[in-house]
Design a protein around this ligand. Structure first.
Ligand code: ADP
Length: 612
């Protein structure tokens, strides 16, 4: 009787009686093989494993009170390895066993196949043996699960009937206690997480599941296959759902079969010690303690976990938001920090931009106000300059106007006298009236030009023909002088050539240049008083040249000519040319002065950009 094997796998006397001859033969064969390969193993004790305590962790699925007794024959066998070695068994639950492996507190671990696959993936434990169960078909096909219901529940016949029912399990991490059935339920289109009314975890020991079903607290429960067969009389109140018929397997199971529990060595365990433990356990043929075989193939457990996406295959599961957050929280935190930093930086930049935009606007406004002020001063200065020029010319203006007015007066007196004498003919009246109209028009034209020239106005830009402006300036100039010099206009421009600017300002410049030419030659004989105004275009410019035949200017005077308040005249202001220069530059042009090559005098040139 191999009591200990039954205690581990199904914990029942029934199991002890059914240990198959096949399993014993298999064990013996393996033992012989190992003996052949590794002679005299027990006599030689490796120095590295010769002393100290060897700890074996066992998953206690039936509770603390049963575990030690079941395994104590195994410990006795192991003590053969060396008198110096003390083997200790630690009975732990699922999490406790995992923690002990993680902390390297164990040298060996005996656990269910599912848990083993997890530990293998996570901590590199490697199986050295697999438990032999007399009830198993083979070590690879040993563990199944039974879904039990109370016998009288006729509404529950197959696994399909579990939809929307209450199911008791030991816990979600239980291999035979849940995970095997989970897969079967999924194959029947039932997702335990969604399609059951309740999935109740009652915890270890597994007897709690039986109790819950028995009391009717749940509709069904999951227990390890063969547990029911060990219950004796009590088993009669239960029935197994969807029982499978598996050849060579004596128990009712609702699931396919999976490999039996393995014993695994931890990553740090000496291979020599592992080898010796394996050999001793494989060779213990006395029937005391559990039987062991060479390690089984756990591929079917891997496939189960892969299809359930658990254990080492959890990564296959599509992660939910919470799982993603749990997995990537440091990245999320970093991302949030970067985003917060970015937001703060943006706010800071916005603030700076706002501050600088406000400052820039204020500066622009100030500049605009300043420019407006300068423009107004410039216009004022222009106006004053025009008035000043008119003032200088107005001495002779009286004489100029006197002539048409006197003529008008003479004709009016003559008409009056003829009326008195009774000699007034129609022809005489017509002739006098014609003369009076002519003289009045002449006077009105003179005054009109002066008014137009003298009026206060805002500078403007328009397209105009240079010759028209020059003609206007000459007419105004000559109209205001009693003994005006001859002014010759030589226009070399094609008729369509235009320039853009303020015609009145250009006229002002020309008038100033004509007046200066007149002043320079005023004392000279009449033939040298003639002024010449030439208009020509080249290099994208239109040039007005005003030539006089006066005494000209020496080099020193030429250097200061355009400076404000430079004057050689006793009553001069010295502002005319500097204002003219400003006007030229405001039009994008320039004003220059040079002595002519062909005789005395000066040539002043006003150059303006040609528009067409
Ligand atoms: P103002 O006529 O009030 O003196 P301007 O700025 O018009 O002021 O002229 C400055 C000075 O330039 C004049 O006083 C004169 O000495 C000199 N000037 C200007 N034009 C001529 C010219 N055509 N020939 C000789 N000197 C001139």
């Amino acid at each position: 009787m191999c009591k200990s094997i039954g205690a581990i796998t199904v914990a029942s006397p029934l199991a002890l009686r059914r240990r198959s001859a096949l399993a014993s033969q298999l064990r013996r064969l393996c033992t012989l093989l190992l003996f052949a390969c590794l002679p005299a193993f027990a006599a030689t004790v490796d120095p590295g494993v010769s002393a100290g305590t060897v700890r074996i962790g066992v998953l206690a699925f039936r509770g603390a009170e049963t575990a030690v007794d079941e395994w104590s024959p195994m410990l006795d066998n192991l003590s053969q390895i060396s008198p110096e070695l003390h083997f200790e068994l630690l009975k732990l639950d699922h999490d406790g066993l995992r923690a002990a492996v993680a902390e390297r507190k164990l040298d060996f671990v005996i656990t269910n196949p599912g848990h083993y696959v997890e530990l293998e993936a996570e901590f590199g434990v490697s199986r050295i043996l697999t438990l032999v169960d007399a009830l198993a078909v083979t070590p690879e096909r040993a563990i199944g699960s039974a879904v039990i219901v109370r016998k009288e529940r006729q509404d529950l016949q197959t696994l399909d009937d579990l939809r929307a029912k209450r199911l008791a399990i030991v816990g979600r991490e239980g291999f035979g206690g849940f995970q095997i059935v989970w897969k079967e339920l999924l194959d029947h289109g039932i997702d335990p997480a969604q399609d059951l009314a309740e999935l109740r975890s009652v915890g270890l020991p597994m007897d709690g599941v039986l109790a819950a079903v028995e009391r009717g607290e749940v509709d069904a429960g999951v227990i390890r296959a063969c547990m029911l067969e060990g219950l004796g009389e009590r088993a009669s109140i239960f029935r197994v759902l969807s029982p499978r018929s598996i050849e060579g397997f004596p128990c009712a199971t609702s699931t396919r079969l999976y490999p039996n529990w393995p014993m695994a060595a931890l990553h740090h365990t000496s291979p020599e010690l592992a080898r010796k433990v394996a050999i001793v356990l494989l060779s213990s043929t006395d029937g005391a303690g559990p039987g062991w075989s060479v390690p089984a193939d756990y591929q079917s457990v891997h496939e189960l976990f892969r299809s359930l996406e658990i254990g080492p295959y959890t990564y296959l599961r599509k992660p939910g938001l919470i799982e993603l957050a749990e997995r990537y929280w440091p990245w999320l935190l970093g991302l949030l920090a970067v985003m917060a930093g970015g937001a703060l930086y943006t706010v800071h930049v916005e603030h700076l931009v706002h501050k600088r935009t406000t400052a820039l606007r204020a500066a622009l406004l100030e500049r605009e106000q300043l420019e407006a002020g300068i423009r107004a001063s410039q216009e004022q200065a222009d106006h004053l300059a025009r008035l000043s020029m008119l003032g200088e010319l107005s001495g002779t203006l009286a004489h100029e106007l006197n002539q048409p007015l006197a003529t008008i007066g003479n004709y009016a007196s003559s008409l009056s006298r003829r009326v008195d004498n009774g000699r007034l003919s129609d022809d005489a009246v017509r002739e006098a009236a014609g003369e009076i109209v002519g003289q009045a028009e002449r006077a009105a034209a003179i005054l009109g030009r002066i008014r137009a020239f003298a009026r206060k106005r805002i500078a403007r830009r328009e397209l105009f023909r240079p010759a028209i402006v020059a003609t206007e300036a000459i007419s105004l100039f000559r109209g205001m002088l009693a003994h005006a010099p001859e002014v010759e206009l030589i226009d070399h421009l094609p008729e369509e050539r235009m320039i853009e600017g303020d015609p009145l300002q250009v006229q002002q410049v020309l008038l100033n240049l004509l007046k200066n030419g007149y002043d320079a030659a005023r004392e000279l004989p009449p033939d040298r008083r003639t002024l010449i105004v030439g208009i020509e275009a080249s290099d994208g410019e239109v040039r007005f040249r005003v030539r006089d035949h006066g005494p000209g200017l020496d080099k020193e005077a030429l250097r200061h000519l355009f400076e404000p308040f430079f004057t050689t005249k006793p009553d001069g202001l010295g502002l005319g040319l500097s204002i003219c220069k400003t006007i030229a530059e405001a039009h994008g042009g320039r004003l220059s002065a040079a002595p002519p090559d062909d005789g005395p005098g000066m040539i002043f040139t006003l150059s303006l950009p040609a528009n067409v």
